[in-house]
Design a protein around this ligand. Structure first.
Ligand code: ADP
Ligand code: MG
Length: 728
């Protein structure tokens, strides 16, 4: 009997929901562990408070002297709230978060013990940076990078540690994290969008990008998850026959949340409230044991931090409830995967959502301006968007016949399509008074009604307009949102800069009125970007064919998709906008290419190990039993034995055939890995892992899964899909 699997099942079946303490009102505890404006007002001097707010809102520098005041206030507040340590909290290029804890505790020269945390420690810290990926920017012998406080994201307490959000930069100035380029992109899009807003409203002085992510995940009992080496090490199952019942009945999506899970969610959401993460919706997802969590949207930098923090919190709280959270995009073959929709928009300091239609024609023209420019930006940079969401794990969704596809397209709904069709007909040059009135009354003026009764919803488009925001749905559930956000901000910023210069030129050279100039430029953009718009079902062969005809890219694997990250166009985009230097762009590419190869390498090793050391021995054991049985039958029936032993003998042969296929597959895969490791560049290695190594996964898996169906259930060592997905 396979002990680990059955012990895990027994343990799981005996579990009771863990009790949780939930406050009556969430508002009572919201942000209690955050050094927010409220806490700052109580713990900072007036000058220090003003200084932080100024830095948050206008990006002004904080002087060293003021930093000393701030750090003192922060320390006092955090100690009052149970902190004993502090850390600079940052997001290295591994995609996760990193922290190195230091105690406030210090020993003075005279042996006196004090609690200390100065301005210097708040503003800058030097983690041992040598073990974070840097793509060759820093030679390991100089391994020097530092973290620097990001005052736009407030400090918080996790457990007993004061966490200070920081950027992570090499001493030579290059960014080594995900946050730095994001912050730069936010600055750039602020500037570009504010300039364009001035056509419509002179009072706009700042534009922020907003992000509302939706996090999908699986929740599996910890004992069951730990009973499988593949889940433990790769975060997904590398083999396992599909369960007799899967998601086909759609009964999970509409079902009630199981009580153990519900208690987990309540506990985790309480933690989120304390940390100021405004989580709001929770529900079951399509697949069994799959769930989703979404917050109220926030300023993009804060929202990105909150998503990273959330993933940490989810893991920690899960272990209290004997669960394991799977963030992997495709933990189970044949079962719905997980994504992280990124809802994105732009908002002004005057409180206007620039992607929300307004109440007057002028406001709607502003909406259309941002709407059309975003579509144009996506059109011009579809390959880069595809690249930014590429990863070994997301490949299982994108391009693997699961929505969204690897082809980037924009869905806007039939009503807005009509509006753009009308705008496409606008006269070239000056407009007659009649045309202007008609446009205002019948096209631009009609938009709010249009959106309100726009009921067509599309669930498969990778980039959909959903009433007052765009929703980038192709982001993977493991991803750090900073990357897609940086790209989106950058391409829209570049587009808006271009738009402004074209409009200004028409006003100056062609003597057009402002609104005429805007209509003229928008008309051209609508025409130029038409091919990116697609209202149909965003995946399947028909769409792939159509997309090919349109000239849209369809990069199905990460190594191919990533190339757009270092195209001349991308390097220039980031350089022109001062978001990343060529070195920074290239080093990030290098890191991702290496990471891809490593992930496939690890998966290959795990699969080889499980197949050879778990599956084959089990199959042999079962085969021996069959042989014993046949031998016994022969003893009883003599020559006639074949009549009664026929099926057993077929099984014996089938098992041998599968064992042979598995063994051969593993041997060849190992050879392919060796070759890939010796390829002449990291890029080549990744390509070989993708094209030469990964295909063996299917071959090996196929036979293992067949054996799972053949072998005695009692002997099978690996927890089965049915048990992983349906045990509550
Ligand atoms: P659904 O798409 O399921 O109907 P909603 O439309 O309420 O749900 O929003 C989904 C997500 O979009 C939420 O996380 C929400 O915070 C986010 N969202 C809503 N408005 C904006 C906005 N202006 N900017 C960014 N995100 C937004
Ligand atoms: Mg959504």
């Amino acid at each position: 009997m396979s002990t680990l699997r059955f012990n895990a099942l027994k343990e799981t079946l005996n579990r009771q929901p863990i009790e949780v303490n939930e406050p009556k009102r969430r508002s009572e505890i919201f942000g209690k562990n955050v050094f927010n404006k409220h806490a700052m007002r109580q713990h900072l001097t007036k000058q220090a408070y003003k200084s932080v707010i100024d830095a948050m809102e206008n990006g002004t520098k904080i002087s060293r002297e003021v930093a000393d005041h701030i750090s003192t206030g922060m320390k006092e507040w955090s100690i009052q709230n149970g902190a004993t340590h502090y850390t600079h909290w940052f997001q290295p290029l591994t995609g996760g978060t990193a922290e190195k804890h230091d105690a406030f505790f210090e020993l003075e020269m005279d042996g006196e013990v004090i609690e200390k945390f100065g301005g210097g420690q708040l503003v800058q810290q030097e983690p041992d940076a040598s073990s974070f990926p840097n793509g060759g920017i820093r030679n390991t012998f100089e391994a020097r990078g530092y973290t620097a406080w990001d005052p736009t994201s407030p400090a918080f307490i996790m457990g007993t540690t004061l966490c200070i959000p920081t950027v992570f930069i090499a001493y030579t100035g290059e960014a080594l994290d995900n946050k730095t380029p994001l912050l730069r992109s936010l600055q750039v899009v602020d500037q570009a969008a504010t300039d364009v807003c001035k056509y419509f409203d002179k009072n706009v002085s700042k534009v922020i990008a907003t992000l509302g992510w939706e996090q999908e995940y699986f929740l599996i009992d910890a004992a069951l998850a730990d009973s499988r080496p593949d889940l433990q090490l790769a975060g997904r199952t590398l083999l396992g026959h599909s369960s007799a019942k899967g998601q086909q009945l759609d009964d999970h999506y509409f079902g009630s949340i199981p009580s153990r899970v519900l208690n987990y969610m309540r506990d985790m959401e309480t933690e989120c409230m304390l940390l100021g993460i405004p989580v709001k919706t929770r529900h079951n997802e399509v697949a069994p044991n799959q769930f989703e969590l979404a917050p109220i949207f926030e300023e993009a930098n804060l929202a990105v931090d909150h998503n990273s923090l959330l993933m940490d919190v989810m893991r920690k709280v899960a272990s209290r409830h004997n669960f394991k959270v799977l963030f992997h995009e495709k933990p189970f073959a044949g079962v719905n995967g997980s994504g992280k929709h990124n809802n994105w928009s732009l908002a002004t300091n005057t409180g206007v959502n620039l992607l929300s239609p307004g109440s007057t024609p002028m406001k709607n023209l502003q909406f259309l301006t941002f709407f059309v420019n975003t579509i144009k930006a996506v059109h011009d940079n579809e390959e880069l968007i595809r690249a930014t969401i590429a990863s070994a794990s997301n490949d299982h969704r994108l391009g693997a016949n699961e929505a969204p596809p690897a082809i980037i397209s924009v869905f806007i709904g039939s009503q807005l399509t009509k509006v753009l069709d009308e705008l496409e007909k606008v006269t070239d040059g000056k407009l007659s008074p009649e045309e202007k009135t008609d446009l205002k009354l019948n096209v631009v003026g009609k938009i709010p009604e249009v959106i309100l009764d726009n009921t067509d919803r599309n669930r498969t488009s990778p980039f959909a307009f959903t009433g007052n925001k765009f929703e980038l749905r192709a982001v993977g559930s493991t991803a750090n949102c900073a990357n897609p956000m940086t790209v989106l901000n950058a391409i829209v910023a570049q587009q808006l800069i271009e738009f402004k210069s074209e409009v200004d030129a028409l006003i100056k050279d062609k003597k057009l009125k402002k609104d005429e100039a805007i209509f003229n430029v928008l008309r051209e953009y609508i025409k130029q970007s038409k091919k990116i718009r697609f209202e149909g079902d965003g995946y399947g062969e028909a769409w792939e064919k159509e997309a090919k005809k349109r000239g849209l890219s369809n990069n199905k694997t990460t190594p191919t998709a990533l190339k757009a990250k270092v195209s001349k166009k991308t390097i220039k985009l980031f350089e022109d906008l001062n978001i990343m230097s060529k070195i920074e762009t290239e080093s990030r590419y290098e890191i991702e290419v290496e990471e891809y190869a490593m992930r496939i390498q690890i998966e290959g090793r795990i699969l080889g190990d499980i197949a050879r050391n778990h599956v084959i021995p089990t199959a042999v054991k079962y085969q021996n039993r069959l042989i014993e049985n046949v031998v016994g039958l022969k003893e009883i029936y003599g020559k006639e034995f074949k009549k009664v032993a026929k099926e057993q003998m077929i099984l014996i042969e089938e098992i041998s055939e599968h064992i042979e296929k598995i063994n051969k597959g593993i041997t060849e895969m190992t050879e392919a890995r060796k070759k890939a490791n010796n390829a002449k560049s990291a890029e080549d290695t990744a390509a070989q892992y993708c094209d030469k190594v990964k295909p063996y996964f299917d071959v090996i898996r196929y036979s293992c899964d067949k054996l799972e169906l053949l072998v005695d259930n009692e002997l099978w060592p690996l927890t089965k899909y049915r048990e992983l997905l349906f045990t509550r």
